[in-house]
Design a protein around this ligand. Structure first.
Ligand code: CMC
Length: 393
């Protein structure tokens, strides 16, 4: 019916109308609900930004308090869900553990199944924002064989998450407020990015009227891939390889990338939409400097990252293709300084992207023009041929 266009990777297809996030990739501009990302990173908090993305406006003081209180009342995991973690191998990657546990929320909260029940969607929204940090922390605790900590709801969301991740049950946990703020800012920077792979996945799954938990679980799996959220882990592994195997030789690595040798891609560089410096990367780079200075440590990996960036930005290959550092290029160095193992990096991205996914799912389900996502294809297989009996093959 009508003209079907062929557009692999949907580089030229708008799948929906959205009022959530604006990107001008040529100018390097990113705004959530009209507010510039640098102003939000400077002045907002992750929960306030989550509210903004989901409900469309910055909250009043009372609205933010009530939102925060509601979330803090839902941070516990059902004891049976906690047992879920025992079923996974100890060395399991925390991303599939996270997506599985989020998928399982549909079994614990069967009131979530009707996507058009507004109260239920509201409750699922709060449950996700509250429980995903707990699930993420437990996925980590499980991987290192340490006991789970119950959430302490007197703490803010980020501090609570850090305590459940790095704390011990019987010991007080003290965390540097600068760390809490640094992580809060990173979560704000990741909170939405319009129709990226995972968000499009959330919308696609939701377009079949699957509930919020099922759709978000699918989004987490989409984020896992190294070309998307998995890039932050891949960047750190690349930097480590350059340090340990390639003796810090940035030049040789860049030359291999340019020759497109197998496995040689400059991870954390390039973007489908940004053809200019990613505005998030600029903020993250500054934050990496600040955090390391604050800790009084120097990290050779940060030096390698800076040398790589400088080398790449002066090279025609990268200039011609408009390849600049993206948000993932410097985040790993910060997460590492905070004590997170490499495997947890993409989980931190998921924590940040969660409000964006929720906002898009809600926008999609409430949009009367939404249709089930169902792309067409260009068939390139065999033309009709008769069935061949087994004896004749
Ligand atoms: N290193 C080397 N060459 C690259 C890179 C890179 N990171 N990215 C793109 N190119 C080249 C690519 O080989 C192609 O060259 P040519 O025209 O000679 O074939 C040209 O640049 C255009 O690239 P593309 O693959 O058509 O671009 P895309 O829009 O399909 O891909 C991307 C975008 C982000 C997947 C890609 O740039 C990439 O793989 N980057 C590395 C992974 C990464 O950092 N991902 C995180 C993205 S930002 C946050 C997120 O979504 O999680």
């Amino acid at each position: 019916t009508g003209l079907v266009t062929f557009d692999t990777g949907y580089g030229n297809t708008a799948s929906c109308a959205s009022a959530i996030t604006y990107i001008d990739g040529d100018a390097g501009i990113l705004r959530y609900r009209g507010y510039p990302i640098d102003q939000l990173a400077e002045s907002s908090s992750f929960l306030e930004t989550s509210y903004l993305l989901i409900y469309g406006e910055l909250p009043s003081k009372e609205q933010l308090e009530s939102f925060t209180n509601r979330i803090s009342r839902h941070t516990l995991l059902h004891e049976d869900l906690k047992r879920f973690f025992d079923g996974f191998p100890r060395d399991a990657h925390p991303m599939p553990v996270l997506s599985s546990a989020v998928s399982a929320l549909s079994t614990f909260y069967q009131d979530s199944l009707d996507p058009f029940d507004e109260d239920a969607v509201e409750l699922s929204t709060v449950r996700l924002l509250a429980k995903v940090p707990t699930i993420a922390a437990y996925a980590y605790k499980k991987s290192i064989g340490q006991p789970f900590l119950y959430p302490d709801n007197s703490l803010g969301l980020v501090e609570n998450f850090l305590r459940m991740t790095f704390g011990f049950p019987a010991e007080p946990y003290e965390v540097d407020p600068d760390f809490v703020r640094a992580l809060d800012v990173l979560l704000i920077l990741h909170a939405d990015h319009e129709q990226n792979c995972s968000t499009s996945t959330v919308r696609m799954v939701g377009s079949s009227q699957a509930n919020l938990f099922a759709s978000i679980s699918a989004g987490i799996n989409a984020l896992f891939g190294p070309l998307h959220g998995g890039a932050n882990q891949a960047v750190l592994e690349m930097l480590q390889r350059i340090r340990d195997v390639e003796e810090g030789n940035v030049d040789a690595f860049v030359e291999r990338v340019k020759k497109k040798e197998k496995g040689a891609r400059l991870m954390g560089f390039g973007h489908r939409v940004y053809k200019n410096y990613d505005p998030r990367a600029r903020i993250v780079k500054q934050s990496a400097d600040d955090i390391l200075k604050k800790l009084g440590v120097s990290d050779q990996l940060l030096d390698i990252a800076k040398a790589l960036e400088e080398r790449a930005l002066a090279d025609d290959y990268f200039v011609e293709r408009k390849l600049y550092p993206n948000v993932d290029f410097y985040t790993g160095v910060i997460y590492r300084a905070m004590g997170f193992p490499t495997k947890m990096f993409t989980v931190l991205f998921a924590l940040g992207r969660l409000p964006g996914w929720i906002a898009h799912w809600r926008e999609m389900i409430n949009d009367p023009s939404t249709k089930i996502g169902r792309p067409r294809q260009l068939y390139v297989g065999a033309t009709e041929r008769p069935y061949v009996p087994m004896a004749n093959r």
